[in-house]
Design a protein around this ligand. Structure first.
Ligand code: EPS
Length: 353
């Protein structure tokens, strides 16, 4: 069930990235500076590559907003790719402009190249790289920023932090891990945690497998390029029930209290009013200066994997993308539960529950 729906489009080196969002109540103040700041956050982090020097991602809104507020119609967001200037011929949609200047045919192990080339029957792996690139997460963060503006109206707050880079769990050592990987022509992954606070009890359900909010969050975060593990709350592996489950007690003023939150804010596929805590592990990016062994899909001969400009580490950016994706899921669930075609109606229904 989708109340907050959208599609995105755009290639990494194409003209632009775009999204059309449907289901946003009217009357939401669209703070462009906030959206652009979210885009800036996604571009930052130690270990990002040359592309981030070229781009200054900013959003343009071409529908659904009038005088700074949503009017209930679909909202269209566009981010121009500055780098397109240098790729106009290579990414041209005109048949006469076919060029092989940037074509490549050796799979990058770990990237979508191999499976994508077979699935879409493409021998120029550029046709796979362009959409499988994490560049598309820029427009996803813009959609997430719109979702966050709705969450802000409901006083919901969030934070995220990188908790591990390579083997380092102390932030002072993160840079060192990234520098070491860079020096070796390698890449490095890590882990982060996103927390959403002040959520209501009752988002999601146990009544069908696809209504659990834990499953929806896991899907949204797992499908971020390079994410391989998603955890909600404390990893329970090896813990006894008595150590893991969050006991209830009654305060002096008669309120239900819990002093632990191992469940990460979800029980039975439903938010339980505690902080929502989601962690994810990002694998090392598969495009590496020191290439791995591979095969050329044109000659079927052993070869070295393709290399082009990439990031050594993008874990910090990945955390910002996860914040955005969780924001979509939360807004969708809030609209399912509370409904509302305009912000006043949404707030009224939300606070009544
Ligand atoms: C990215 C843009 C890309 C990469 C990166 C993410 O730009 P370019 O390919 O022009 O350097 O920097 O994508 C990957 C590393 C990947 O493997 O997909 C961005 O905007 O985040």
């Amino acid at each position: 069930m989708e109340k907050f729906r959208f599609l995105t489009a755009g290639e990494s080196h194409g003209q632009c990235l775009s999204a059309i969002i449907e289901g946003i109540p009217s009357g939401i103040e669209i703070d462009i500076d906030f959206i652009n700041n979210e885009l800036r956050r996604r571009q930052q982090g130690y270990g990002r590559g040359g592309r981030m020097q070229i781009e200054t991602d900013t959003v343009e809104i071409t529908s659904g907003v009038r005088f700074g507020k949503t009017i209930g119609s679909p909202v269209t967001l566009v981010i121009k790719n500055r780098d397109f200037e240098n790729w106009q011929k290579i990414m041209s949609s005109a048949p006469e402009d076919i060029t092989d200047e940037k074509s490549f045919s050796t799979y990058r192990p770990g990237h979508a190249d191999f499976a994508g080339s077979i699935k879409y029957n493409q021998k120029d792996l550029r046709n796979i790289l362009e959409r499988s690139s994490a560049r598309k997460t820029a427009i996803e963060v813009a959609v997430g920023a719109v979702a966050k503006l709705i969450l802000k109206e409901l006083n919901i707050e969030w934070t995220s932090e990188v908790t591990q880079i390579g083997c380092a769990i102390v932030p002072d050592r993160f840079k060192e891990e990234i520098d070491n990987a860079k020096e070796k022509g390698d890449s490095i992954g890590g882990k982060y945690t996103v927390t959403y606070k002040n959520l209501p009890v009752g988002l999601g359900s146990y009544v069908h497998w696809d209504r659990g909010i834990d499953g929806r969050i896991a899907q949204a975060v797992m499908s971020i390029p390079a994410v391989k593990v998603v955890e909600i709350g404390t990893n329970p592996l090896g813990l006894c029930g008595s150590d893991y489950h969050d006991e209830f007690s009654i305060t002096n003023s008669g309120e239900i209290e819990r002093t632990t939150n191992n469940a990460g804010g979800i029980e039975g596929g439903i938010t339980n009013g505690q902080d929502l805590v989601v962690s994810a592990v990002m694998k090392p990016i598969p495009t590496m200066l020191k290439p791995l062994n591979s095969v050329d899909c044109n000659t079927n001969q052993q070869s070295q994997a393709h290399y082009e400009r990439s990031d050594v580490c993008a874990v910090e950016s990945c955390a910002v993308v996860a914040e955005a994706r969780i924001a979509w899921v939360l807004v969708n669930e809030i609209l399912l539960k509370s409904g509302g075609d305009n912000i006043e109606e949404l707030k009224h229904n939300y606070h009544k529950n």
